[in-house]
Unconditional design. Structure first.
Length: 256
């Protein structure tokens, strides 16, 4: 593994300057494994994200980004939100976009290289119905407890080009001042080394068992209901209430 950046002295200076989330990164070797395998190896409890696609090329240097080990989770509702940091939960009043912006304003992260612009960012989603919280949507009344989106601030990030033999491991370190900076930096170094071990070790395990084929039986009742919903969706689009509506069938199957 290459030397960590920034160096310890620079990290302490950034903490003294008032930055409260400082990424520490290192270049590490990676074994020949698929991106999906890396995600499941790193985000073992399922709490994380996998970001890929040309739309994020400039912010990620064309690389896949895997985030895991959340520092904080922001759950957005109609007129309030819940911020969970470790075991602590805090209620935040306000509409989703307002609360999201207020949360981002609290994070002070030093400027990063262009290919790592996503460091210090929150990752998540907004439900389609969240549009009803910042503009009028005909016929949509949202209950106060309706979950409209969840966003994560992850401690650990991995930037990886599929097929490459190297990745950038980032540990985002929360700090509250110069006094604890040295201890925080040492913890970040240990975390980067631990993640490097996970990335470098082991080969991809092939799936066991017989291939599974899927068949979806659609009864007449479901077909009629779906057709009715399609007609309604077309009317909403004609009326200018929406530009796209995605209709789908729920489908479940046993795993194994």
């Amino acid at each position: 593994m290459n030397a960590l950046l920034p160096a310890k002295e620079t990290f302490v200076e950034l903490a003294a300057a008032g930055y409260n989330l400082i990424p520490v990164r290192g270049e590490v070797p990676v074994g020949a494994v698929a991106v999906e395998t890396l995600f499941h190896r790193l985000a073992r409890d399922g709490r994380g994200f996998l970001l890929e696609g040309e739309a994020f090329g400039e912010a990620t240097g064309g690389r896949v980004v895997i985030g895991f080990d959340p520092l904080a989770r922001l759950s957005l509702f109609g007129t309030a939100a819940e911020l969970k940091v470790g075991p602590r939960r805090r209620r935040l009043d306000g509409r989703p976009l307002t609360v999201l912006q207020q949360t981002l304003d609290v994070i002070r992260c030093p400027e990063q290289p262009p290919e790592m612009a996503v460091a210090g960012a929150l990752f998540g989603y907004l439900d389609y119905d969240a549009a009803a919280t910042f503009e009028r949507v005909r016929g949509v009344v949202l209950p106060d407890d309706r979950l409209l989106g969840e966003w994560l601030l992850c401690r650990s990030l991995v930037f990886y080009t599929p097929g490459a033999q190297q990745a950038t491991v980032v540990c985002q370190v929360p700090v509250t001042g110069k006094q604890q900076a040295a201890t925080a930096y040492a913890a970040a170094a240990r975390s980067v080394r631990r993640i490097a071990g996970l990335l470098a070790g082991g080969k991809e395990t092939p799936l066991q068992g017989e291939p599974v084929s899927f068949a979806l039986a659609v009864g007449e009742t479901v077909r009629a209901s779906y057709t009715k919903n399609v007609r309604a969706a077309k009317e909403y689009i004609k009326a200018g209430e929406a530009f796209q509506i995605v209709l789908s069938h729920p489908f479940t199957c046993p795993a194994g």
